[in-house]
Each structure stands twice: as structure tokens, then as C-alpha cells.
Write a protein that binds this ligand. Structure first.
Ligand code: IPM
Ligand code: MG
Length: 367
């Protein structure tokens, strides 16, 4: 059965990094009997320039007709002065909402070879393997009312609404508990229950869900400010963290740096069973290095690996790919963001070359 992958490369380094993942998909077609069919569509600033909208209907239709979506990145200074309703970021938020991708999985795993690339001490991060589960289609990102209004005295007020329903909290909670079941069995729910009613409610619902359906697992709670601190103090205390849309946005960038670079963190955004998942690197469009062929494609390639696991249940191929990444790192090849003394610096497409050589069994042959 062919597997239709829609690639929405987007802006900045998006096209460069997704191109390397497409090479890998094609390698699996040629050498492992896979049948990935790659289609492309526009999103973000690139879509705005072409069509006047960051998420054209055609992209939505193609995404819904695909088996999985691979996304690069959106945004850049070129579009920053646009009205917020047509900014590139709206394309990303829009596709998440259209596909109802309410669960965002952001694993922070430290490859042994990169434990020294982190700004944190080796012993703090070596062997780290945590999973951040971020609610992705609710919370303050989507809550109504929102906007900027003029007040009677001529001054203005800006406002957003943080809102969560029982259903939204329970369905993301289930994703976190189900993941924990296959891991260390521990979920830490992150909130600001001491200040925000909506997240006090979040905590109550997590407790109820735990009692009703997952009492064999461990559930703990942490305020978000403490969680940020604990992530850099002792990240290995966590197994699965589950949190709201905005807290997850912030904590996952923080977790990314534990792994050495934002260039290493993949993500999967999943909805209801049977709907296409969306896979994207956590890093943004990095306009400062776009077009220079120096970006790190590994977060995107690791996102493709998550696609193999979560959308296609191709665990063997995902293992093969992750082993290839490990051997390229072990052979000393690094993109600039994870460069270390004694390593050999490679560009974005060269990193792709190295990976393909590693998949073929001999990374040294590519040097
Ligand atoms: C992310 C990004 C997005 C978000 C932006 C680009 C809209 O920061 O995926 O973490 O805030 O969700
Ligand atoms: Mg973010």
C-alpha cells in the first residue's frame, strides 16, 4: 500500500531540511521496498506570497487526503509586519486545528555522542529521555474572546482567553498516560493551579482521569515555573510531562537545549485515530542561516522517524534510521549548531549524504 506523505516545507530553512528527509524517504523506497509517495504544498510566508493566505484551501485538502504530513518551518522577518490573521504562524496553527492535532509529542533524547554539546553538564543530561506532551489545539492559543480593543478614554486593551474543557483535558491526559505505560509509567502534569482557575481545573481533571482509568500509573503535579527550573536542574527526574498549549511551547524549547541544540528536537502532532499526523522539527525557520546549506536537518529527519513509528507502525525502519543517525554522530560529523572540538563540520546536504552512507552501511566511505 502506498503511503502518501505531504511535504509542506514552508519558510527559511524549511525547504533545506525537509529536502534531506525526502532523500531518506526515497532511499527507503529504493532499498527497503517502501512505497512512500511524496507530494508538496505551500504553507506559511511562501504560501502567502503565492496566494495571499498562509494556509491555502488546496494545502488543507491535500493534507486531509494524505497519510501523514511533514512540515519544515514557517515565518521570518519578511512577513512580520503583516496583520496577525495572515502571518505565516497562522498557517501552522491553522493546519494543526484543521487536522484536529490536539496532541503534540516532543521527545527530548540526548544522544551519547552529543552529551557534551549541551550547555548543561554532561552528568545532568547524559542518557536523558523525556517526553513532553503538549496540548495543541486549545488553551490560550485558540481561546475566545481575543483581540485588541479601544477603551472609551482612547487607550487600548489587548486580551486573550485561557480555556480548557473536561473533554480537551481528558483526551490529552489519555495520550500522556498511554505513552507512560510504554515507558517508565510516570506522568507529571504541569500547570499554574495556584493562580489560574483554568489550570486548577486542569489539575482536577488530571486527578480524576488518573483515578478513573490509570490508577496503576504514577501521577504528579508541578507548577510551570518550578517545572522550568527542574528541567535545567535535574531533567532526568521526568518521564512524561503533560501540559497546556502555551506552557508546552515554552518548556519544549527549554528541553530542546538539554539535547545540545534546538536542531535536534523532533515532534509529532497527532489527532484522532485514522487522521493524518503532522511531523515537524521544533526549531523555527532560522532566517539568519536560511539558504546557506548549514542548517541541521536531524530534527526533521528524526521527525520523519517519528512518522515511521506513529503513523506507519514501521518500527524496524525507524530503528534503522536512528541507528544511522547515531553512527554519523559517532563518526564525528556535526552541523555547526552542534559542532565540537575535534569533530568535522558538515553542511545540511552533506549531513544527508553522511546519513545515506550510514544507511548503506559505511559512513566513512562518504567522507
Ligand atoms: C512551536 C512554534 C509555534 C508555536 C509558532 C511558530 C506558532 O513555536 O511549534 O513551538 O508557538 O506553537
Ligand atoms: Mg515553540
Amino acid at each position: 500500500m502506498p503511503k502518501k506523505i505531504l511535504v509542506v516545507a514552508g519558510d527559511g530553512i524549511g525547504p533545506e531540511v525537509t529536502a534531506q528527509a525526502v532523500r531518506i524517504a526515497n532511499w527507503f523506497n529504493e532499498h527497503q521496498g517502501c512505497d512512500f509517495v511524496i507530494e508538496e504544498a505551500l504553507i506559511g510566508g511562501a504560501a502567502y506570497d503565492e496566494t495571499g493566505h498562509p494556509l491555502p484551501q488546496e494545502t488543507i485538502d491535500k493534507a486531509k487526503a494524505s497519510d501523514a504530513v511533514l512540515l519544515g518551518a514557517v515565518g521570518g522577518p519578511k512577513w512580520e509586519s503583516l496583520d496577525i490573521s495572515v502571518r505565516p504562524e497562522k498557517g501552522l496553527l491553522g493546519i494543526r486545528k484543521e487536522l484536529q492535532l490536539f496532541a503534540n509529542l516532543r521527545p527530548a533524547i540526548v544522544f551519547d555522542e552529543l552529551a557534551d554539546a549541551s550547555t548543561l553538564k554532561h552528568e545532568v543530561v547524559s542518557g536523558l529521555d523525556i517526553m513532553i506532551v503538549r496540548e495543541l489545539t486549545g488553551g490560550i492559543y485558540f481561546g475566545q474572546p481575543r483581540g485588541v480593543e479601544e477603551l472609551p478614554d482612547g487607550s487600548k486593551k489587548g486580551f486573550n482567553t485561557l480555556v480548557y474543557t473536561t473533554e480537551e483535558i481528558r483526551r490529552i491526559g489519555r495520550v500522556a498516560f498511554d505513552l507512560a505505560k510504554k515507558r517508565d509509567g510516570r506522568v507529571c502534569s504541569v500547570d499554574k493551579a495556584n493562580v489560574l482557575e483554568a489550570t486548577e481545573f486542569w489539575r482536577e481533571e488530571m486527578i480524576a482521569l488518573h483515578q478513573d482509568e490509570y490508577s496503576d500509573l504514577e501521577l504528579s503535579h508541578m507548577y510551570v515555573d518550578n517545572a522550568a527550573m527542574q528541567l535545567v536542574r535535574n531533567p532526568k527526574q521526568f518521564d512524561v510531562m503533560v501540559t497546556t498549549n502555551m506552557f508546552g511551547d515554552i518548556l519544549s524549547d527549554c528541553a530542546a537545549m538539554l539535547t545540545g541544540s534546538l536542531g535536534m528536537l523532533p515532534s509529532a502532532s497527532l489527532g484522532h485515530p485514522g487522521t493524518p499526523g503532522l511531523y515537524e522539527p521544533v526549531h523555527g525557520s532560522a532566517p539568519d542561516i536560511a539558504g546557506k546549506d548549514i542548517a541541521n536537518p536531524l530534527a526533521t529527519i528524526l521527525s520523519f522517524s517519528m512518522m515511521l513509528r506513529y503513523s506507519f507502525d514501521m518500527q524496524k525502519q525507524a530503528d534503522t534510521l536512528e541507528d544511522a543517525i547515531r553512527s554519523v554522530l559517532a563518526a564525528g560529523y556535526r552541523t555547526r549548531d552542534i559542532m565540537q572540538d575535534g569533530a568535522q563540520e558538515v553542511g545540511c546536504s552533506q549531513m544527508g549524504d553522511m546519513l545515506i552512507a550510514a544507511l548503506e552501511g559505511d559512513v566513512s566511505a562518504a567522507a
